[in-house]
Write a protein that binds this ligand. Structure first.
Ligand code: HEM
Length: 362
């Protein structure tokens, strides 16, 4: 029996039981529009790739990481004693940051392509759910090494939810497991990071991907207005998939370069009695709300300023979430333009408050 014959016998055997031919026909049926802005279609896939990297490197880190009182010691062991431990840790940390960055690029690109409009509203809502969960992934993971920087940054970060009227202080205290950030906080954040968040994230991601399969990719308005005969598309399997995989390879190269040339540092062991080092700030993706609260606090000191800051930020998120109801179809007219400017304002607001945040730290 030749190898080809063996392969075809195995395929036929599996096909009879799993319906592989139907599956292949289903995959061939999906097409991707081809136009000047097609490059934005890669960003969802790049985010997916980075999430897979997170799962793989996260499991490897779990082999030696010990939450609680030994957290710092175990990360020290991973970084300085275990073979390639520093690299795995560095890839995990860099990939987390790149993943948040690519989610933001993906979100704004689907926004400007108006991919939140009917029938893709649930793609928009589930996407925002994924962004919220990814932010909590980042926040909870940041504390896990329990070095000086992560300890003080978490303390500062928890001040944001603590300013929410009534429930804020209770929420912050529940997250900390006491009045201050301690080994109990690490234990809680660890459970959140490796059990609760993946249990919520993975099903939501499957739902998100299923929706893309169901509705296909949205096109920019300029393309939608063309007659059907003038629009171009290509099959997802194998043409677009091949390009998607090439993007994954580029992402892997960027990641490998960053992780090996700029290895993720481990700060000093924490001394809770020592004063906070100068310039403590949250991760870059939380800098915007952090700075906004600071700016409003400077104009309106005390609790009133904190409440105003939280209200303003919540309002922006709610409006962002509800955009598919405001601009539901391509007949939206003036509303479509308002939504477009709102998107530009969001990008500008996020970028400006982040830059000012870093600027004022100096
Ligand atoms: C971990 C986070 C996420 C992953 C892994 C992910 C993955 C994907 C993938 C693979 C696609 C299809 C390819 C593409 O159009 O890029 C897609 C489409 C889409 N995503 Fe996401 N996404 C995530 C977050 C988000 C966020 C934050 C939003 C917006 C709030 C969003 C909204 C959408 C929409 C509306 C589509 C349909 C786009 C279209 O029809 O062209 N996604 N996503």
């Amino acid at each position: 029996m030749t190898t080809k014959k063996i392969a075809s016998t195995v395929y036929d055997w599996a096909d009879e039981r799993l319906g592989l031919t139907d599956l292949a026909a289903f995959a061939r049926h999906k097409t991707v529009p081809v136009h000047a802005q097609s490059c934005w279609y890669y960003w969802g896939g790049i985010t997916l790739f980075l999430f897979l990297v997170q799962c793989f490197t996260g499991v490897l880190l779990l082999v030696y990481y010990r939450p609680g009182a030994e957290a710092y010691e175990s990360v020290h062991q991973i970084t300085f004693t275990m073979h390639f431990g520093w690299l795995i840790r560095s890839i995990h940390s860099w990939s987390a940051n790149l993943m948040i960055f690519s989610i933001l690029v993906h979100m704004f690109s689907v926004f400007f392509m108006k991919a939140y409009r009917k029938p893709r509203e649930f793609g928009w809502f589930s996407g925002l759910g994924l962004l919220a969960l990814a932010s909590v992934f980042g926040f909870s993971g940041y504390l896990l090494p329990m070095d000086e920087l992560s300890y003080f940054a978490t303390k500062v970060g928890l001040q944001i939810p603590a300013t929410i009227p009534w429930i804020g202080p209770v929420m912050a205290s529940m997250l900390r497991g006491g009045p201050d950030v301690s080994e109990f906080t690490v234990q809680r954040f660890f459970a959140l990071h490796v059990v609760v968040l993946p249990a919520l994230f993975i099903p939501l991601l499957c739902f998100h991907l299923w929706l893309v399969q169901r509705h296909g990719n949205a096109m920019p308005e300029s393309e939608e207005n063309k007659p059907a005969a003038e629009r171009k598309s290509e099959p997802f399997v194998p043409v677009f998939l091949r390009k998607d995989l090439a993007m994954w390879l580029i992402a892997l190269n960027v990641l490998a370069l960053l992780a090996s040339v700029f290895p993720w540092a481990l700060g000093k062991q924490l001394d809770p009695l020592a004063p906070a080092p100068a310039g403590i700030h949250p991760e870059w993706y939380f800098m915007s709300p952090f700075e906004l609260l600071k700016m409003i606090g400077a104009i309106l000191p005390g609790e009133a300023g904190e409440i105003a800051g939280i209200l303003l930020f919540t309002l922006a998120i709610v409006l962002w979430l509800l955009i598919p109801f405001y601009d539901p179809t391509k007949e939206s007219g003036r509303r479509a333009r308002v939504a477009h400017y709102f998107g530009l304002l969001m990008i500008f607001g996020l970028a400006a408050t982040t830059v000012i945040g870093y600027w004022t730290l100096r």
